[in-house]
Design a protein around this ligand. Sequence first.
Ligand SMILES: NC(=O)c1ccc[n+]([C@@H]2O[C@H](COP(=O)([O-])OP(=O)(O)OC[C@H]3O[C@@H](n4cnc5c(N)ncnc54)[C@H](O)[C@@H]3O)[C@@H](O)[C@H]2O)c1
Length: 285
Amino acid sequence: MSNNLLVGKRGIIFGALNDMSIAWKVAERVVEEGATVTLSNTPIAIRMGTINELAEKINAKIIPADATNLSDLEQVFSQSMEILGGKIDFILHSIGMSPNVRKKKPYDDLDYDLMHTTLDISAISFHKMLQTAKKMNAINDWGSVIALSYIASHRTMYGYNDMADAKAMLESIARNFGYIYGREHNVRINTISQSPTPTTAGSGVKGFDSLMDFSERMSPLGNASADDCANYCVVMFSDLTRKVTMQNLFHDGGFSSMGMSYRALQQYNKSFEGSQTDDGKIIYG
Ligand SMILES: NC(=O)c1ccc[n+]([C@@H]2O[C@H](COP(=O)([O-])OP(=O)(O)OC[C@H]3O[C@@H](n4cnc5c(N)ncnc54)[C@H](O)[C@@H]3O)[C@@H](O)[C@H]2O)c1
């Protein structure tokens, strides 16, 4: 259903790999709301994934770019302005990757070269994107930029590894660049802290299925899906949120405010079933 919230707006969507990607859902929704967009991803992701199908479906051009490479980013902005016919109104940074997670290196045995890559791809690329856009004056006044984060930036989550450090940095970049870009061009910059979502990147996190189940049980509204996230992005890109900036916005069904829920507690108790006496007393040790 369209509310025409983004009619006439031009956007760039980074990070659609396949139809599970959060960026894919966002691209579909913003176009449904009247926006025109370009899509960007790395050349290898374009080859290995199915972004071409998305491009055809929403009639968008794909501009290949490694988001850690400044000249690639300049190309994305200059070509997008040319293709879309003017400056950009909104940007989605939906990019994340940890080679330490991929290689199953634990947090107390990280490879530091790989950690630099994690930070460069998952956080510093956001700064590079913003700095490039600002130098090229590529974003319209009152434009809106969103990057996707996860609560492991604030709280220790088993298995999230060096991505937690990357997300903390990503959120900090949103605040610090949000100040400068807001002050000078009224551009707003926020992060959306999304529930665990079954995507290619998400499924790489150790114990992901249990994590999904745990946060589902802990959240009064249940986990937010990629489609829910796309709806939230539409609102954040629209003119209805012009004074929201420098925020980390939780989009997680209430998870971030919970300590323990009835549903999670019930599941937790089940794990003691094998270690109880007949009259229900827990046997410790
Ligand atoms: N899935 C989850 O549980 C979850 C939860 C919270 C936040 N997020 C965040 O959402 C964002 C999108 O991830 P997703 O879950 O849709 O998974 P995804 O695997 O579909 O998307 C990740 C994207 O990052 C791209 N990418 C990797 N290296 C890149 C580079 N150098 N330059 C440009 N693009 C590059 C990949 O090609 C891919 O398209 C990520 O920032 C992720 O951390 C995901």
